[in-house]
Design a protein around this ligand. Sequence first.
Ligand code: DC
Length: 219
Amino acid sequence: MVVAIDGPAGVGKSTIAKMVADRCGFYYLNSGSFYRAIAWNYLRQYGEPTDRNLVLESAERLKFSVVDGRLCVDGVDVEDSLHTPAVDLWASKVSVDPRVRTVVNRNLYELSKGMDIVAEGRDITTVVFPDAECKFFFDASPEVRAKRRLDQHPDGPPYEQVLREIIERDENDRNKPVGGLKIAPDACYIDTSYLTIEQVCEKVVTAIFARETLIHRQN
Ligand code: DC
């Protein structure tokens, strides 16, 4: 079974998707990590990823694997290098190129072959796995997401800056020519604003079990 989850930045997708995958015994794929790894690898090798053709070439050369939900590049776990401000910025920029998106999607298909998976990102329910058996769109207002970010990082930038950055990232994510953030018509929409992580996880797991039961009965 493929469980596909989309939603804007900072809505809690990764935390919840990981919990759901653990609970269901499914393989967890975070598509954002692939864009981050492409940006990170380029930054450390060549500097700022402004040469689109070289970004594509270097992305094509990377060998991705996922171990316990953590992304490895050429066999090395890179997960801890993927959340710097430079990677945040450049991952967003490299993800605009449809050719880079094709490379990421090809890797996602390869890694998920024959597996039960929970995959999350921005275009998972619409482009990457449009036939997923279970689709979810998580949402929360920019203000709620900024407040949550601030609660997690009280020593970080002030609320106004966090809110501004979230609104900018939403704009970028929605306005990509290919793979922009959209709500799939057949996705279950969950407004997480006033729900705990546990409550969202419970809703998702309940829906997965209901879908599994239905598929089982139909076969
Ligand atoms: O979910 P995240 O913040 O780790 O994603 C990193 C970047 O990759 C972000 O700018 C959005 C982009 N992204 C994308 O374009 N498509 C996806 N399926 C997942 C992430």
